[in-house]
Design a binder for this molecule. Structure first.
Ligand SMILES: *Cc1c(COP(=O)(O)O)cnc(C)c1O
Ligand SMILES: [Zn+2]
Length: 414
């Protein structure tokens, strides 16, 4: 049994029963899952977690649904790797990369989808749906296939081919909408009022959002039940960043961390869609919606639902934000690949470029232990780098041809 006590309004604090709903009927604020932390504290322990499965369900005590193996593709418990070469290039000290490209559908979205659809099964839904910038559609289609659920996933029609194909292959309904993500999201909010479906990021969003906390839980466990000094997190709706921050504090609250965490949280956005970073950098609380125009399509939400909460988490912990250009994104992808052997999608390029900017400006310091969240795989956004990387030489199949090319190759590898 999950230790969930209620849904609670993040604005006015009113409580509601555990149902598929997401807004406060009193003030229209967003609802969040509330837990009985004393009961969790009594039940959970580091040993209990260590004996759990090597996926997000090892932290089931702190999640809003029970483990349903029939929908589980094995999301989570991805590697946390020390990135010494990357750190050296950026003049930093201890840097770690949380490699969430290695999830079942190659993005962090498998965490949130697994939790949301486990809850949807408990509620008795038979159809899974979502409004997506790409990775969510991919993950919902795969998990629905695994569980034998029907699926309807809605995406902007201009999505990368790598995300259309990796979603459509699972055989559900993929609806390409002639508009941007914010149009798709508005449409899905309307559909959720009409069709009895579990829209993972609409009517079951409070449960979905909790899945992101597992990134903080794993990070702390993989660092021997300690916390980083600084984390860098990409922002689309701002949910992931907000929940990583919440996750570290929950661990302390239920006795899994000895000391209260002091984790500085920094946020990463693309300049072509930076409503949250712009508000933060200009000292505003109010987010001005924008029309996205960036290669980082998975982060292209112009009117982010959790933007304000993300700003609050960054400001209250003394973190920073950056809005990086498409060129910096491409260089970020190449830098991570070249130094650590990890190929990230454009969102990862945004995160690495932000790490670079914040290191250069002194917001991230060499004496800090830093964790960066790399949330999606580069094979899904090949076009972003296809024009700037390629063979270092093209030769005829003879040893002489290779001898001739060799000096230039040596030159280019330094
Ligand atoms: C969805 C997504 C995020 C973050 O999304 P939030 O809406 O801010 O939680 C980050 N990276 C990738 C690759 C994504 O697909
Ligand atoms: Zn309210």
């Amino acid at each position: 049994m999950a230790f969930v006590s209620a849904l609670k309004c993040r604005e006015c604090g009113r409580e509601y029963p555990i149902e598929p709903s997401y807004t406060c009927s009193w003030c229209f604020g967003p609802l969040e899952v509330a837990y009985d932390y004393d009961a969790i504290r009594a039940a959970t322990s580091r040993e209990r977690i260590a004996h759990g499965p090597a996926n997000i369900w090892r932290y089931a005590d702190l999640l809003p649904s029970d483990h349903h193996p029939d929908i589980d593709l094995g999301a989570g418990f991805t590697p946390l790797v020390r990135a010494e070469r990357l750190a050296a290039e950026l003049g930093l000290g201890e840097v770690w990369v949380k490699n969430d490209t290695l999830n079942p559908t190659n993005s962090f979205k498998d965490r949130v989808v697994n939790v949301a659809l486990a809850k949807a099964l408990e509620f008795g839904f038979e159809v899974a749906a979502c409004a997506s910038t790409g990775n969510l559609a991919n993950s919902v289609a795969a998990h629905a296939a695994r569980a034998g659920l029907q699926s309807y996933v809605f995406v902007p029609a201009n999505l990368e081919a790598g995300k259309i194909v990796t979603t459509a292959v699972y055989g559900g309904n993929l609806v390409a909408v002639d508009g941007n993500y914010d149009d798709v999201n508005r449409l899905c909010a309307e559909l959720a009022g009409t069709y009895p479906w579990a829209f993972v990021n609409v009517n079951v969003r409070p449960y979905y959002a909790e899945g992101s906390k597992t990134l903080a839980f794993e990070t702390a466990e993989q660092l021997g039940w300690t916390t980083p000094d600084h984390v860098v997190v990409p922002i689309a709706s701002g949910s992931q960043l907000t929940k990583i921050h919440k996750g570290f504090h929950e661990l302390h609250r239920v006795g899994l961390l000895d000391e209260a965490p002091e984790v500085r949280v920094s946020g990463a956005q693309a300049l072509g869609c930076s409503p949250v970073a712009s508000a933060f950098l200009e000292g505003r609380d109010v987010i001005k919606p924008v029309k996205p125009d960036t290669i980082a399509k998975s982060l292209a939400i112009g009117n982010p639902a959790d933007g304000y909460f993300a700003i609050d988490a960054v400001r209250s912990t003394g973190g920073g934000m950056a809005a990086v250009t498409d060129d910096e994104i491409v260089e970020g992808i190449r830098l991570l690949a070249r130094t650590e052997g990890i190929f990230a999608e454009t969102a990862g390029g945004v995160t690495i470029a932000t790490l670079q900017r914040l290191a250069a400006s002194g917001v991230i310091r060499p004496d800090e232990r830093v964790v960066v969240y790399i949330t999606g795989h580069g094979l899904k956004t090949l076009d972003a780098v296809a024009e700037v990387v390629g063979p270092t030489a093209t030769i005829r199949p003879t040893i002489e041809a290779f001898h001739d090319a060799f000096p230039a190759l040596q030159e280019s590898t330094r």
